[in-house]
Design a protein around this ligand. Structure first.
Ligand code: HBI
Length: 97
C-alpha cells in the first residue's frame, strides 16, 4: 500500500513535537534509545510496543541488550518517514513508564 513521505516541514515538526526522537538515515527515519531498570522492564515495554505495532500494522526496527532498547521508525512503503511513524512515536512515548 503506497503512503506519502512526510514533507521537510512535517519532518521538522515531528522532531519538535516529539523531542525524544532524533532524525537518522538522512531524514528517512527517527531514532529513540530508552534505558529501563532491568531486562524485565525492557522486555515488558517491547511486548507492549509489539502489540501496538501489530494493531497499527507498522513495525519498528529495534535492538535490545539487557535494559537498553534502541528503536528506529521508518515507513518502508513510503521510502522514508510517514504519518504512521508520527503515530507510532506518540504511541511509544506513551508506553514509556
Ligand atoms: N512497518 N515500519 C513499517 N513500514 C512499513 O512500510 C510497513 C510496516 N509494517 C507492515 C507493512 N508495512 C505492511 O502494511 C506492508 O508491508 C503491506
Amino acid at each position: 500500500m503506497s503512503i506519502a513521505e512526510l514533507t521537510a516541514d512535517e519532518r521538522d515538526a515531528l522532531v519538535t513535537t516529539h523531542p525524544k526522537w532524533t532524525l537518522s538515515r538522512e531524514g528517512k527515519a527517527i531514532d529513540r534509545t530508552i534505558q529501563f531498570a532491568d531486562f524485565n522492564e525492557a522486555f515488558g515495554f517491547m511486548t507492549r510496543v509489539a502489540l501496538i505495532a501489530d494493531k497499527h500494522d507498522h513495525h519498528p526496527e529495534w535492538f535490545n541488550v539487557y535494559n537498553k532498547v534502541e528503536i528506529t521508525l521508518t515507513t518502508h512503503d513510503a521510502g522514508g518517514l510517514s504519518v504512521r511513524d508520527v503515530a507510532m512515536a506518540a504511541a511509544i512515548d506513551a508506553m514509556v513508564p
